[in-house]
Design a protein around this ligand. Structure first.
Ligand code: ADP
Ligand code: MG
Length: 731
């Protein structure tokens, strides 16, 4: 075996488990200890400053400069007590990673000494060196600077890296001209828009609610691979996924891994991750093996969507960092291994009021059930209207590999609601007959579903897992989101389409009331209409089946499998209605964002093509040639020793096959480089992304086929890269 591969495998086999640093059995004793949370604020802030932050958190009211100074002073005091000597604005640029720029509290004084300084200005705004973050042309045309601005809605925290500690302040990232350049700013706008649209609807039922927020509970899937093996795979190192690799002999008998016992090293990793998360106030609660070998999942208790998104970004950061401590590498890519399950990040989404009501949870009385039904049916209508935007919101080069392959939802957006809710909707449709106002008021429709729904939902263990968007009892679960995605994008779209939908609903109800209907009658009538109109998007069957692809097509549902085409949905009239007319994006912001997304796709495929070409030419062809030399020497030797031709038959066959694959690889790589060059020179990012998708990407797949065939032919001892079986099965 090649020396480096062999020694990597030996390293893995001999690894000791790294002991996790357990704080205490009781998480409650240290949960949030590194967060400037309510308790810390009460301790470190004046009454006025505390009230100012609370008000900003509740209804986004502005914090005065004077108050900002007071808050900064308190935050600094807390951070210094915690041992942090620097601070950073922490933000989520469109690269998909988190970014930070650290500054020290320390400021030298003229006496040659110094003091620790942190004022309101530094808290509220910072100017990171932002020229390397994507701006979709916004900054190039105006002004190179970008600003970060404090988001009081997400608490500051202390990040510990090694022995260094830094106060991190969650911020939005905007251009000099005020345009959003990150994930958070549009999410905040969409959440605000949704709240404004939802409150009047809630007030039809509950006059006391003053606030409503979207809630998000994400479930993060990931793979873990030993660092020694990871480092020997340039594709994992630079693309986050394997670009080649023959299927392991063990085949797909992977189910034994699911909910099986967690390997010891992984368990130690999970414990460390949980401890760090808990200190940072990330309410992780579940951990388990996933379907594929070496695949795992963690999930927290749900939170307000803005905080939940920040927590997921923070988690992904922590996952990578803590994995290194355990000599592991975490793969957040949606499809690290071909032929093996991919990783998603289910986004569980709901709405809840400050009166403690989950709006997607069926209530105990007919009246609260009507509230539930109102929001439930409006979600269906929103998804039916804007399913293409949801598709666009989860589009990425990574996720293209996952959607519709190996146990992942297809690229068709449909909604699963279960047989019970299907019956309820059918009943409403039947009974709330058009124009029969009297029957409604006669309480013909009792809405006594509260007796059944909770039980049915809890017992319903075989929930349809093949749906990209499923009702799961008290929330909807958007399952098509990719594991490496920032949840903000799908959540922004979700909030936007729901807000838009609720505005229409309220208008329609008001009109009926004005025309003389009772409130309940008006609501039921509009819901009935929506039920009829939303049927197209409802699907209860097997979302993985070919039959569904056909049916979806006949229903006119889109099945867009690749990112460059899915992104086009952002340019439609409907997208403008929901994203621009609502003020969530300005015209330029949306245009810039689409540019960035097309361009990101281009960079991704271009990068993969380069890596694949490099591995193919510099590692795999030489391995093939080496083995060919061995074989031809052997054939020559056997012939010289006078053996008949039949003795070298097998060697000759293998040799011929090797030569064919080696030649094909070289030819195809050359072809790919030409196609890449051509795509690269397209007139726009939009056109380039499509060229990369249609002309370059298929060549990568073609090359891979030859590489994988070669892997099955070449002497195992000569193969330079760790194999699938080694990465997936050696613990
Ligand atoms: P499964 O793996 O069966 O889908 P989990 O229990 O792993 O279910 O995940 C459920 C997720 O849904 C958790 O993150 C949980 O916090 C979240 N969740 C539960 N209720 C709500 C809600 N009202 N809003 C948003 N998320 C929720
Ligand atoms: Mg789930």
């Amino acid at each position: 075996m090649t020396n480096s591969r062999k020694s990597a495998i030996e390293t893995v086999i001999n690894r000791e488990t790294i002991k996790p640093k357990i704080e205490s059995a009781k998480v409650s004793e240290y949960f949030g200890s590194n967060v400037f949370n309510d308790a810390a604020m009460r301790h470190y802030l004046s009454e006025d400053a505390y009230m100012a932050v609370k008000a900003a958190m509740k209804d986004s009211s502005k914090i005065s400069r004077e108050m900002a100074d007071a808050v900064a002073a308190g935050m600094k005091g807390w951070a210094l007590d915690k041992g942090a000597n620097s601070y950073t604005h922490w933000f989520q640029p469109l690269t998909g990673l988190t970014a930070e720029k650290h500054d020290m509290f320390f400021t030298p004084t003229i006496e040659g000494k110094g003091i620790e300084k942190f004022g309101g200005d530094a808290l509220v705004q910072q100017e990171p060196d932002a020229s390397s973050f994507p701006s979709g042309g916004i900054r190039a045309t105006f002004e190179a600077r970008g600003y970060t601005a404090w988001d009081p809605g997400s608490p500051a925290f202390i990040m510990k890296i090694g022995d260094g500690k830094t106060l991190c302040i969650p911020t939005i990232f905007i251009s000099y001209t005020g345009e959003s350049l990150d994930y958070k700013a549009p999410l905040l706008k969409a959440s605000h828009f949704l709240e404004q649209a939802a409150l009047p609807v809630i007030h039809l039922f509950d006059k006391d609610a003053t606030k409503v927020s979207a809630t998000l509970g994400w479930e993060q899937e990931y793979f873990l691979v030993d660092q020694a093996l990871f480092n020997q795979r340039p594709d994992l190192l630079f693309a986050g996924r394997t670009l080649l690799g023959a299927a392991p002999q063990k085949g797909q008998q992977f189910e034994d891994h699911y909910f099986g016992s967690i390997p010891e090293r992984v368990y130690a990793y999970m414990l460390d991750l949980e401890t760090e998360c808990h200190k940072l106030g990330i309410p992780l609660r579940t951990r388990h093996n996933e379907v594929a070998p070496a695949q795992f999942e963690c999930a927290p208790m749900f939170e307000e969507v803005n905080v939940a998104v920040d927590h997921n970004s923070l988690l992904m950061d922590l996952m990578e960092r803590i994995a290194r401590r355990h000599k592991l590498r975490v793969l957040l890519h949606e499809k690290p291994f071909a032929g093996v399950n991919g990783s998603g990040k289910h986004n569980n989404w709901s709405l809840s009021t400050d009166t403690g009501k989950n709006l997607l949870s069926p209530g105990k009385t007919p009246k609260t059930n009507l509230l539930f039904l109102t929001f439930f049916v409006n979600v269906l209508k929103a998804v039916n209207e804007y399913s293409d935007l949801l598709r666009a919101s989860i589009a990425s080069a990574n996720n293209d590999h996952r959607l519709g392959a190996n146990e992942a939802p297809p690229a068709i957006i449909s909604v699963f609601i279960g047989s019970y809710m299907t019956d309820v909707l059918n009943e409403i449709e039947k009974r709330v007959a058009k124009g029969k106002y009297d029957e409604l008021t006669n309480a013909n429709l009792k809405l006594d579903i509260h007796n059944k729904i909770p039980d049915v939902m809890l017992d319903n263990t075989d929930r349809n897992r093949t749906s990209p968007f499923a009702f799961t009892g008290n929330k909807f679960e958007f399952r098509a989101v990719g594991s490496s995605a920032n949840c903000a994008q799908p959540m922004t779209i979700m909030n936007a389409i729901m807000g838009k939908q609720l505005l229409s609903f309220k208008t329609e109800v008001d009109k009926l009331i004005k025309d003389g209907e009772t409130k309940e009658g008006a609501i039921m009538r509009v819901l009935r209409k929506y039920i009829t109109e939303s049927k197209n998007v409802l699907f209860e069957g097997d979302g993985y089946s070919e039959a569904w692809e056909k049916e979806a097509q006949s229903r006119g549902l889109n099945n867009v499998k690749t990112t460059p085409y899915a992104l086009d949905f952002y340019k439609t009239k409907k997208a403008r209605e929901v994203l621009i007319d609502t003020g969530i994006y300005s015209e330029r912001e949306l245009a810039a964002r689409i540019e960035i997304l097309y361009h990101t796709y281009v960079l991704k495929i271009d990068n993969e093509a380069n890596i694949l070409a490099d591995i193919a030419v510099n590692q795999i062809i030489p391995a093939g040639v080496n083995y060919m030399n061995t074989l031809s020497a052997n054939i020559k030797g056997l012939k010289e020793s006078g053996l008949p031709a039949s003795a070298v038959k097998a060697q000759k066959e293998i040799l011929t096959a090797l030569a064919e694959h080696v030649n094909a690889i070289k030819t195809e790589v050359d072809k790919m480089m030409v196609a890449k060059e051509k795509a690269h020179h397209s007139k726009s990012n939009d056109i380039a992304s499509k060229a990369y998708c249609d002309k370059v990407k298929p060549l990568l797949d073609g090359i891979r086929e030859h590489l994988d065939k070669l892997e099955n032919l070449v002497d195992d001892n000569m193969w330079p890269l760790p194999k699938y079986r080694e990465m997936l099965f050696i613990r």
